[in-house]
Design a protein. Structure first.
Length: 241
């Protein structure tokens, strides 16, 4: 549908009719040919001026997928990196990608739910989560933020990309995202298991409130990303206690 090696419309529809875990298992092989993988143009800039090569002892990428974030984290961490994801299929791809990536940090991959911190993740100086907030229901966001806090040492940073606000009704994006969310709500009301995937979630005002509530200080960096990604901002949330 997006690329000759990517999934067909039928395959994507099938994926959306199963659970998130099973859906990504089915998509894993072709995921890197979809626009759902975080684009290099964002990954190239997100750590600029914030984390340099070897700048942290260890790092964790939550909802790591096929390893888009882990590939970058490997060079930033001196000792180890950890990827957490629900889908074994995605983790298998992430292992290959991150072990090939530049850097010497050891790589661990954990199959798990980012809504519940597990001691096997360890505690890190840097945490990231890319392209996955849409899979976390608003009601579950406080649990997610607590899991991020527990995955960080005091002073550790959670670096992520979001937007200040959604598109306005004058923009096509407004109708596409709200239309998609409406279809998903109907699908989830009629069909089990649910497939949690909604646009316009964890944007700056709510993310800031939830993070500050859990003892983070929050800095929002605007102007980090070039068009067409210039409506996105980088957020650096630092665990204070
Ligand atoms: C759109 S992909 C993004 C992958 C990668 N971070 C990237 O930017 O390319 C979303 C990933 O989140 C994972 N995921 C969704 N909900 C999750 C949860 N509750 N716990 C762990 N992983 C989850 C999915 O399995 C999938 O691999």
């Amino acid at each position: 549908m997006f690329h000759k090696n990517g999934p067909t419309f039928f395959e994507l529809t099938h994926q959306a009719l199963v659970s998130v875990e099973r859906g990504y298992d089915l998509l894993a092989e072709k995921f890197d040919y979809t626009p759902f993988r975080t684009p290099d143009a964002i990954l190239d800039r997100v750590f600029e001026g914030e984390v340099s090569a070897g700048g942290v002892r260890s790092a964790i990428d939550l909802c790591c997928g096929t390893g888009a974030g882990l590939e970058r984290l490997r060079a930033l961490a001196r000792e180890s990196i950890v990827g957490v994801d629900l889908s074994k299929g995605m983790l298998d791809r992430a292992r290959v990608a991150s072990e090939r990536a530049p850097g010497r940090a050891s790589v661990s991959l954990v199959q798990g739910d980012v809504l519940a911190y597990d001691a096997s993740w360890g505690q890190h100086e840097l945490a990231t989560c890319f392209g996955a907030f849409g899979h976390i229901l608003e009601a579950d966001e406080p649990r997610f933020v607590r899991a991020v806090r527990d995955a960080l040492v005091v002073g550790g940073r959670f670096v992520f990309v979001t937007a200040d606000e959604g598109p306005s009704p004058r923009e096509l994006g407004f109708w596409v995202t709200h239309g998609f969310n409406a279809v998903m709500r109907v699908r989830n009301a009629l069909w089990k298991p649910p497939f949690v995937m909604y646009y316009l979630t964890f944007m700056v005002p709510r993310a800031r409130a939830l993070l500050e509530h859990e003892g983070f200080t929050v800095r929002v960096d605007r102007g980090v990303f070039a068009p067409p990604f210039d409506r996105y901002v980088r957020v650096v949330a630092t665990r204070q206690r």
